[in-house]
Design a protein around this ligand. Structure first.
Ligand code: SPV
Ligand code: MG
Length: 431
């Protein structure tokens, strides 16, 4: 009997999947691959049920002869192991980022005479409704909040993009690319104090109040499902910080990062060019402890950000603080630097990891931007935040358009760089 293989990355079996199996049966015995969690989050979205449950719902189908694990969105290993005569898939993989997967499968099967079967993709009202339900479940506070901890366990490094509006949220949510045969997307979103303030035309000095910052979170959560890390600046007074923690937790935010500064906060990338005061270890530990005590779930994370390198106090000072903050209950450590050379950051990470193998480490490579994700992984970093690049790319593009309209007294000259009107009209999905 011929072997027909298909791969599912789904939390529910709907009529589209049944149709694929039905078609597959016409060609031989049906083997279904279940995409691992690790591969699914790069390729599609976070699963709403466990991997074992996803295996079980397919195993229960009488029409499926065997279920196997597929560890990678690319089929290389599974095709090598199974040598299927056919690989069957919905024809939606003929376009977009998934085309690379189909091309790869076709080439692999071609080496021994196997064939690809494309079946018309089922995307009727019923399937659309199921798809929407799953997305909405992922967006719910109780699901979203715990996802950062889940991602830290699953991902070699959690990739986080700055967002400050519904629109930038959609970019973090939906951008998926294929590069060198791998699909990739961001895992989470960073509500940066710098970019949230900048988008309101205000300096990054905690002048944009918490109500306004929460409003930004609302705008983002309305249109996305990915988890959120909130830039809490200094966290403010301890008496105020506990309220911030409660609100964020209720909103479904996964983590707050607070920096060990006190008084009038200025952006860290000014370094010692402006006056900035580091908090005492004792006082900052009290703030962490107060936050940890007030939170209601085990999901929410309070991450301590160390400013010792920014303030040129050296790695020993940073390590002493890291130790104290972890002992005070901090769920993670963010270490920051404004040097272009990542050496200092990497040395901190190595020395921290030598003593502490488990506390998540976070870095924000705005100045030391040459460092790659794979280098950071080697040095024990768990979360990388691209903290301001979206804002910095949008501003010059918008400014250039404004200049061109002024210069030419019409919009024609700017138009070739702009998104087509049709695309902007259809960018936002309606409910
Ligand atoms: C932010 O994005 O607001 C940050 C990171 O706090 S940095 O601007 O590098 O200090
Ligand atoms: Mg900030």
């Amino acid at each position: 009997m011929k072997k027909v293989y298909t791969c599912f990355c789904t939390d529910v079996i709907h009529e589209g999947h049944l149709n694929i199996i039905h078609e597959a049966q016409k060609y031989g015995e049906v083997i279904v691959g279940i995409l691992s969690d690790e591969a699914m989050i790069r390729f599609n979205r976070f699963p709403t049920i466990s991997f074992d449950e996803r295996v079980r719902i397919v195993q229960d189908l009488e029409t499926v002869s065997r279920v196997v694990v597929q560890d990678d969105a690319m089929y290389d290993q599974v095709i090598k192991d199974l040598k299927p005569d056919y690989v069957i898939h919905g024809d939606n993989w003929k376009n977009g980022p998934m085309k690379a997967i189909r091309d790869n499968v076709k080439a692999l099967l071609g080496t021994y005479g196997g064939k690809v079967i494309d079946v018309p993709y089922t995307f009727n009202e019923n399937v659309k409704r199921i798809d929407k339900r799953i997305k909405e479940k992922l967006a719910m506070p109780e699901y979203r909040r715990k996802r950062l901890r889940q991602l830290i366990k699953i991902c070699p490094i959690v990739k986080v993009l700055e967002v400050h509006s519904g629109l930038t949220g959609l970019i973090a949510e939906k951008t998926i690319i294929e590069s060198n045969g791998e699909l990739d997307q961001f895992d989470a979103m960073w509500i940066s104090s710098l970019c949230d303030s900048t988008s309101k035309g205000k300096p990054d000095i905690e002048v944009v109040d918490m109500s306004s910052r929460f409003r930004t979170i609302d705008d983002v959560t309305e249109v996305t499902t990915k988890p959120i890390i909130f830039d809490g600046d200094t966290g403010g007074l301890i008496e105020h910080f506990v309220y911030t923690v409660r609100t964020l937790e209720r909103m479904g935010v996964s983590a707050i990062i607070i920096e060990d500064k006190i008084g009038l906060k200025k952006n860290s990338l000014f370094g010692t060019d402006v006056e900035q005061t580091q908090d005492t270890i004792e006082h900052f530990c009290k703030k962490i402890q107060a936050g940890k005590k007030i939170q209601l779930t085990d999901d929410f994370m309070i991450i301590a950000r160390i400013e010792s390198l920014i303030l040129e106090k050296g790695i020993d000072n940073a390590l002493e603080r890291a130790d104290a903050y972890v002992n005070a209950g901090s769920d993670g450590i963010m270490i920051h630097s404004r040097k272009e050379d990542p050496q200092e950051i990497l040395e901190f990470c190595d020395r921290f990891r030598a003593k502490n193998s488990h506390t998540p480490l976070v870095v924000v490579p705005s100045s030391f931007h040459s460092v790659t994700e794979s280098e950071l992984i080697k040095h024990g970093v768990n979360i990388v935040i691209y903290a301001n690049q979206l804002t910095r790319s949008a501003f010059p593009a918008m400014e250039q358009t404004a200049r061109d309209i002024l210069k030419y007294h019409r919009a024609l000259e700017a138009d070739s760089r702009l998104m087509p009107i049709r695309d902007i009209l259809t960018l936002i999905d309606e409910l």
